[in-house]
Design a protein. Structure first.
Ligand SMILES: Cc1ncc(C[n+]2csc(CCOP(=O)(O)OP(=O)(O)O)c2C)c(N)n1
Ligand code: SF4
Ligand SMILES: [Mg+2]
Lengths: 581, 286
């Protein structure tokens, strides 16, 4: 990574931390920078420490960065909690008379943020004063922030816009008058890509679902998945669709299943506790061969766990949850672009294979926002698999449509209610080809094998991204949201002269054994990086590819997202480089 | 136009004399009378002897999991509002494991019809206490008699504000099919509780018992099916042994109330976005 700047604002929850972060991030994004923003928050509405970290770079980034250059602190806890993250030469913008630790590495600036805000009209504009101070430190002007301020406050009247801008100016002037330290932004891009978007994983999933033709969302609110619902509450009415706030996740998933059965693409979206409630319906989808898309924005478990913290610990559940045996597809988008494209893919695969598809992102991926130029809407296509047209059913006598016909590829042609000749019963009981419940052993085996066969012929993407040679001293392996941080860790290791490759998985089922094999066999050692405590991905590698002796894990489950240094440190331990800690 | 034979599918496997035959029969007659196209109709059932209704009725069917016929049926209706959607199940299915969905389906008021085959027992699992088993009723799981107060589905529906509440009896198919016709015709969620005797595991709530004890509301002088509080009192006083359309009121349906919900079934529409759509959608992220 070339030059970059880490900026963070922190304070008590409910004190306007988010809006400060948003104004800074949006302004940087609009200037053409690549921004990545991670929100650290707690499961309470008021009080408790919250912070918003924004990393600004001159190329696309998918991690909030280990380093902090500027810290805006509205309370003492923010100073204390985040001090160690500050680089030497960093600057702290501290409200009023907050105290600096006894540490000269950092320039500590006590600035009357609240006082200056009061002068501008109201104490709540202390965040705007901090924005002005930031502008002075990084060499921008208050006017750079004007477009975003206007956008946010125009509705409240010109007065409000003016007083906010005046607060920014006061902060700007105060810093320049009393302090001298400057920290440079990366070079501003010469031109801004027309597709330069600032978007979160959850927003991208919602857009992808809309693009895929999903017109019914049934969901029960849960952090960190609720934003998908907010987006679709906005979009679906514009396209004739509907969002149902279900009474619980059992209702939500069954509603989605019912809608898919009746021919309209539908999904539900949840996080761990809700996903657990959906297990029985997952099996109904598998058995009745009804397409179903479930988005699981994973958070820390078990049970209520750390409900506002990230984790990748639902992998076992996504792969194995629910009783009995049935085919399923598990996708784990590795970037915000994939949150969009995999949402489309999820619907296409659910219809192609007539089975449940689980799109497993996580809090870090879902709620973090980043700049990207790569969201590709031109590649969207809606593929409905073996869904029959009315004409295909023309010759079929009522009651003779073989919905569960035993086919070579295991997928049977599907009709939907309203179609003449296509009448059938979808069901969770074992059944014959017509869909009648039965217990004949031969037919039982035929139907079980037919369903299992669907994915042995899987032709969807394998989701493997590999960087670096297969024959490496060490290969880092991860899935889903960790792609960015692992990639940066690899660069750091390469910079130290170590030979490291990186393989990231975006599809967990069907497991991409063939694509992974050369990397697993070629690597000296494998370090499996995941945000859980059991090494769930490492288990999958052992199960499918063996090589137990080569595998090590880099695990994190304390609630914080992985840092680049976490991986670098563990990689060196595994390679026995440097001083083991 | 469809005739009775068109609404027949698989041959039922219920015990001879099971009340559920009467329900199937009444539903078939109602469908014929309403001239419903079997392919424009979906029966969504739960698990239980009653849940087999979807396999025996000749429309599209969805035989779901225990207690979840209502959410699934609501999903079907959302996907294609032009379909006639009937949810069906037993007393355990609807008032035990699925009770929460029942209350919320009434609140939501999606235009579907819900038939509960209430035999006061768990039939398919061979005779355990159900949430509508009478207090003191002896079953395999309550050999000394049920100690819990039963759920009162009619009263529950009345206080929840359900817009159509009826009760039928499998022993009176003519009346039941008339009730089901009105339930299907009603715009919004309609609930029909049906005394449907389990001849194998319930020796208490029998055909004879109901024949001798239920009263038709149309035979009650001055019965006012629009006065919710009066109906509530009458149902309670009669220990719910009333049949007929007990209560009906007009309420806007969910479909009518959702802003800009497509007036044609969503499953009949194309849903591709074009470059202009993306331009507009992505503007928020620039
Ligand atoms: C989740 C779940 N729990 C338990 C069962 C077992 N089970 C099947 S049907 C049933 C009760 C059936 O009673 P009711 O709904 O009254 O239907 P009936 O057979 O009397 O028509 C039970 C407990 C099941 N299938 N699924
Ligand atoms: S057990 Fe009871 S409810 Fe089930 S089929 Fe027999 S009579 Fe009907
Ligand atoms: Mg029962």
């Amino acid at each position: 990574m070339s030059h970059q700047l880490g900026w963070k604002v922190g304070g008590e929850q409910g004190a306007g931390i988010d809006s400060t972060g948003e104004i800074f991030a949006w302004t940087m994004h609009r200037l053409g920078y690549y921004v990545f923003a991670y929100r650290h928050f707690m499961s309470r509405i008021k009080g408790g420490h919250t912070n918003y970290k924004i990393r600004v770079a001159d190329a696309e980034i998918t991690h909030h960065g280990d380093d902090l250059h500027i810290l805006v602190a509205f309370d003492q806890e923010t100073v204390n909690v985040n001090w160690n993250e500050l680089v030497d030469g960093g600057i702290v913008i501290a409200d009023g008379s907050l105290k600096a630790p006894d540490d000269a590495r950092v320039q500590f600036c006590n600035i009357p943020l609240t006082g200056l805000a009061k002068e501008a009209g109201s104490a709540i504009m202390k965040n705007m004063v901090a924005v002005g101070v930031t502008a002075a430190i990084v060499g921008l002007t208050p006017e750079h922030f004007l477009p975003v301020i206007e956008e946010r406050f125009a509705k409240k009247g010109q007065d409000v816009v003016d007083s906010n801008l005046s607060a920014v100016r006061k902060g700007f002037a105060h810093y320049n008058e009393h302090f001298a330290g400057h920290l440079a932004l990366p070079d501003a891009p010469e031109s801004v890509d027309p597709n330069h978007l600032y978007i979160s994983g959850n927003e991208a999933v919602a857009l992808g679902a809309l693009a895929a033709g999903c017109r019914v969302l049934a969901q029960y609110p849960i952090t960190p998945a609720t934003e998908v619902m907010y987006s679709l509450v906005k979009y679906l009415p514009e396209y004739g669709g509907v969002v149902i706030q279900a009474e619980d996740e059992i209702a939500a998933v069954n509603m989605a299943l019912g809608a898919n059965y009746a021919g309209t693409r539908s999904m539900t979206c949840t996080s761990g506790p809700g996903f657990s409630l959906m297990m029985e319906a997952l099996g109904l989808s598998g058995m009745s061969e009804t397409p179903l898309v479930i988005v699981d924005v994973q958070r820390s478990g078990p049970s209520t766990g750390l409900p506002t913290k990230t984790e990748q610990s639902d992998l076992y559940e996504a792969l194995y949850g629910s009783h009995g045996e049935f085919p399923r597809i598990v996708l784990a988008p590795t970037s915000v672009q994939e949150c969009f494209s995999y949402a489309v893919l999820a619907f296409n695969l659910a219809e192609r294979y007539q089975c449940p598809v689980i799109l497993a992102s996580d809090l870090y991926m879902g709620m973090s926002k980043g700049s990207t130029d790569l969201l590709d809407t031109t590649a969207v296509s809606i593929e409905r698999g073996k869904l029959l047209a009315d004409a295909d059913l023309a010759g079929v006598t009522r009651g003779e449509f073989r919905r569960y016909a035993v086919t070579d590829d295991g997928v049977s042609p599907r009709a939907i209610p309203g179609q003449k000749g296509g009448r059938f019963i979808a069901l969770g009981n074992e059944h014959d080809e017509l869909g009648f419940e039965m217990e004949d052993q031969t037919m039982r085996n035929l139907q079980m094998d037919k369903r299992a066969r669907k994915l042995t012929g899987y032709t969807g993407p394998n989701g493997v991204t590999a960087v670096g040679p297969a024959s490496s001293a060490l290969t880092l392996v991860g899935f889903g949201s960790t792609k960015g941080v692992i990639a940066e860790a690899r660069e750091a290791l390469l910079a130290e002269g170590l030979q490291v490759s990186h393989v990231q998985l975006g599809v967990l089922a069907p497991f991409p054994e063939d694509a992974l094999k050369p990397y697993v066999e070629g690597a000296g050692r494998l370090l499996v990086v995941e945000v859980n405590s059991r090494g769930q991905l490492a288990d999958q590698l052992r199960l499918h590819l063996g090589h137990h002796e080569k595998l090590d894990s880099c695990l994190k489950y304390d609630g914080d997202p992985l840092l680049i240094a976490d991986i670098v440190k563990r990689a060196k331990e595994v390679l026995s480089v440097g001083s083991p800690s | 136009m469809a005739v009775l034979a068109d609404y027949k599918a698989e041959k039922p496997t219920w015990c001879p004399g099971c009340g559920d035959f009467g329900v199937l029969n009444a539903l078939q007659r109602a469908a014929v009378d309403l001239a419903l196209d079997p392919e424009e109709m979906v029966v969504v059932s739960g698990i239980g002897c009653s849940g087999k209704l979807s396999a025996y009725f000749g429309s599209y069917g969805l035989h779901t999991i225990h207690g979840r016929s209502l959410p699934t049926a609501q999903g079907v209706k959302m996907a294609n509002r032009d379909l006639t959607v009937v949810a069906a199940g037993g007393d355990g299915d609807g008032f035990g494991i699925g009770l929460g969905h029942f209350i919320h389906a009434m609140r939501r008021n999606i235009d579907i019809t819900y038939l509960v085959m209430d035999n006061h027992i768990y039939g398919l699992t061979t005779g355990q206490t159900s949430p509508t088993s009478d207090h003191g009723m002896v079953t395999k799981t309550a050999p000394k008699g049920a100690v819990e107060e039963p759920v009162h589905p009619l009263e529950l529906a009345l206080v929840t504000g359900c817009g159509f509440i009826a009760q039928g009896f499998s022993g009176d198919i003519a009346q039941l099919s008339q009730i089901i016709k009105r339930a299907i015709a009603h715009k919004g969620f309609s609930f029909v509780n049906i005394y449907s005797p389990c001849v194998t595991y319930n020796k208490q709530n029998t055909y004879e018992f109901y024949k001798g004890n239920v009263k038709k509301v149309e035979e009650i002088d001055g019965y006012d099916a629009t006065n919710r509080f009066a109906v509530l009192q009458q149902v309670s006083e009669a220990h719910a042994l009333l049949t007929g359309v007990l209560y009906e009121a007009e309420r806007p349906t969910f479909e009518q109330s959702v802003p800009r919900f497509a007036t044609t079934g969503l499953s009949q529409l194309e849903h591709r976005l074009d470059a202009k759509d993306y331009e507009r959608l992505l503007a928020d992220f620039r």
